[in-house]
Write a protein of this length. Sequence first.
Length: 256
Amino acid sequence: MRDTSDNSVAFRDPASVVIGAIAFHMIGGLAVQMSPFVVAGLMAGLSLSERDAGIVASVELLALAATAILIAPFLSRLAARRTGLLALLVTLIAQAASISDATWTALVLLRGLAGIGEGVLYAISLSIVASRCGNPEKVFGYFQLVCAIASVVLFSAGGEVTAAFAHRGIFALLAVVMLVFAPLLFLVPNTAVCGPDDPVVIPHVAKNVHYEGELAVVIGRMCKDVSVDDAPDVIFGYTCANDVTARDLQSGDGQW
């Protein structure tokens, strides 16, 4: 809980946190926004009745709501980014499988699986705003603004792809939108480190490269969740480092 008794302190929510929360919120809420097109696509592509197509869409929405409610109490114990990326992967797999599968039973199961992943993402987005943002009301306003703008584009595209490709088109559109909004996985593998006399290899696609002199802490063994008191036990030593970053590639994702 933040102490806001000092009115001179103005909390500024990091852009990366806000953008990541909006991305998870958009992906998690896609099922609700696009359910009319899903129903229409299933009726056109698989000749399902309104009832059967509605059941498929309803299973996804119910799975989303139930998952968001059930996982909410445990989110404080989970790593938001890792959990979110796992949920995103599950949802994308379900979306891809839904494009090719043509049986009603399989689609019910796949849409339920997609709903579980979407529910996790939706719950994470709300948890991030509630626990990490100093101005949650303002961030929720951003949610509504982005959703409203995105709805205009999605409804126009959804009608077109549903008319042209039925259920396969709408599921493919959902998968593409998820990939567009998917938060960037920031990966620095050990192969990114080179020796003191080794050349720094700059990718040919990088046009704006910056370097920074930094103090590097060398970790001597595998470790996780190390306490402050135990930190010296896993530190091998200290050295100087040249942190080289391709800024144009880094800024390609809004989080950074």
